[in-house]
Ligand binder design. Structure first.
Ligand SMILES: [Zn+2]
Ligand SMILES: [Zn+2]
Length: 317
């Protein structure tokens, strides 16, 4: 059977990338450019799936209503850059390259590279369960990353860009400072290396987790029900994290996919009355500025919170 995604990636590769590589004399990148095209196609597929699920939810069961949606367009740009440009580069090439280098170094020095199956041999031959456990481990690592980004002032200065959005929609998931994105990917890659996720499964895991994350930002009143909300992060659960009065150090609901970590570490809040989102204490440029103004604003806020301990309390609490 022909894999339609490989076919589309092959077409992009042959009609766009190969002529470009040929004209610039960079033909040694031929195989690499095909893999980039393949994961970029997965990135596009992910945006299409998000769109197909979230747009009806936002249109037919909306929560907040706005006269104009002028700041949503910027979040669309963030999404396209993150999912089509950065995602394939980092989750496949970054992870693959680092894992190969690390495993090579460990084998040379007489160590065995870590894998989940070597820790729990019962998992051998159970790929679906292993994939699920990978997702649970990555999500628990992400809970702590997110919680720390609210604990340290300098880090919240960057993360505040994500919280500044008053018109939160499913597009807002990728609205992040580039430095915050770099830390997030390094964190994810570190966790993935520790449990020895195979390189082709890593991007698929990130794709799956990000699907739930996108939906959790949707502007919709759809509820998962009492039990459902305790199994998977819902739009209401994540909206409470983005609430106007919840941003900063005293937030709740840090989990991205499973609410279990919040329940375990007592940061869960299952209220349903949060409609308005944003962080009124951060500079307006973070909410409504251009892409560059938002990035510069995040960096400036981070620096301010790092170098002025007295003001850190005011802005990050
Ligand atoms: Zn946050
Ligand atoms: Zn969020």
């Amino acid at each position: 059977m022909i894999d339609p995604f490989a076919w589309i990636a092959g077409w992009i590769h042959e009609t766009l990338l190969l002529p470009l590589l040929f004209s610039t004399g960079e033909m040694e990148w031929e195989d690499t450019s095909f893999m980039w095209a393949l994961f970029a196609v997965y990135g596009v597929l992910q945006v299409v799936i998000n769109y197909a699920i979230c747009v009806p939810a936002e249109r037919y069961f909306p929560l907040a209503r706005w006269e104009r949606r002028e700041t949503v367009a910027m979040d669309v740009i963030y999404t396209l850059i993150a999912r089509i440009g950065v995602f394939p580069l980092v989750t496949f090439f970054g992870f693959y390259w680092i894992q190969t280098a690390m495993n090579g170094w460990m084998t040379d020095h007489g160590y065995i590279p870590p894998t989940l199956e070597s820790l729990f041999p019962a998992l051998l031959g159970l790929p679906v369960l292993t994939f699920f456990i990978y997702a649970v481990v990555l999500d628990s690592a992400d809970y702590w990353r997110h919680r720390f980004s609210h604990t340290f002032g300098w880090w919240y200065g960057l993360h505040a860009l994500h919280h500044a959005q008053r018109q939160m929609t499913f597009w807002s998931d990728d609205r992040n400072h580039v430095l915050d994105d770099v830390i997030t990917y390094m964190w994810f890659i570190g966790a993935g290396l520790l449990i020895g996720i195979p390189p082709l499964q890593f991007p698929l895991l990130v794709l799956t987790l990000r699907l739930v994350e996108s939906f959790s930002h949707a502007n919709t009143r759809i509820s998962f029900g009492w039990l459902g909300e305790r199994l998977l992060v819902s739009p209401q659960f994540h909206r409470a994290h983005h609430g106007l009065n919840a941003a900063g150090r005293n937030s709740c609901n840090y989990g991205a996919v499973f609410p279990w970590w919040d329940m375990l570490f007592r940061t869960a809040d299952f209220r349903h009355d949060v409609v308005e989102t944003g962080d009124a204490r951060v500079p307006e440029a973070l909410a409504t500025g251009s892409w560059l103004a938002q990035q510069k604003g995040g960096l400036a806020l981070s620096w301010r919170l790092l170098t002025r301990p007295r003001r850190r309390k005011v802005a990050a609490e």
